[in-house]
Design a protein. Sequence first.
Length: 229
Amino acid sequence: MNKELIYKIAKVIPKPLRNLIKKFYNPIIPQTLKVNYGERLMPEENEKFMLDKLKEVLDHKVEGDLIKFGVYKGGSIVSFAKFLKGLNINKKVYGLDTFEGLPKASNKDKIPDYYKNAMPENEINEVKEALSRKKVNDKIVLMKGLFKDTIPKLPENNKYCFAYIDCDLYEGTKEALEYLIQRMSKKGVIFIDDYTSSNWIGVKKAVLELLPERKINVYKGQAYWIKIN
């Protein structure tokens, strides 16, 4: 049975009955299926660390907007936009995603069976509604499609102060980095999720192809790179 359907059914079953069923049938349900639109997926301490780094970037008045590759249900871009709004800082947050689940993996990726179909198609309008509910839709620009198709549609001379790559696969990570490295402002920061993951091994391969390992910092599974000059 499809894990997404299993989880939807489980949510409406009374907890005592759910606990009884788990004794006989308890499939691995990836966390990605449990999050609602506009909710944070990453651990709280990781988000706090990222927001602390974003605050450093803003304190240094680094030029440029924010961008996220891999929006999923919008939790991270909501956090970034709310943070900017709280500081009354006028920067845009671009969010790029297929909104149709994960693209086809390359031969440089390895996806465990229990993660297959764990990134179901997201409805972009549901994400937009979540942004509206959180009152941050005025700061966020969503772009639907493969990165190779949406990147050329970004403003031609855009610079970025902060970027977050969370697309799980080799090709998407590589495309995002190739675009970003030359467009990050001095002291700008790129975060890359799943860098140390044993599941999404293509991410680290792409990062090491484009960035010197000695310049990559790691915090609880996430890599981050600061543009020095």
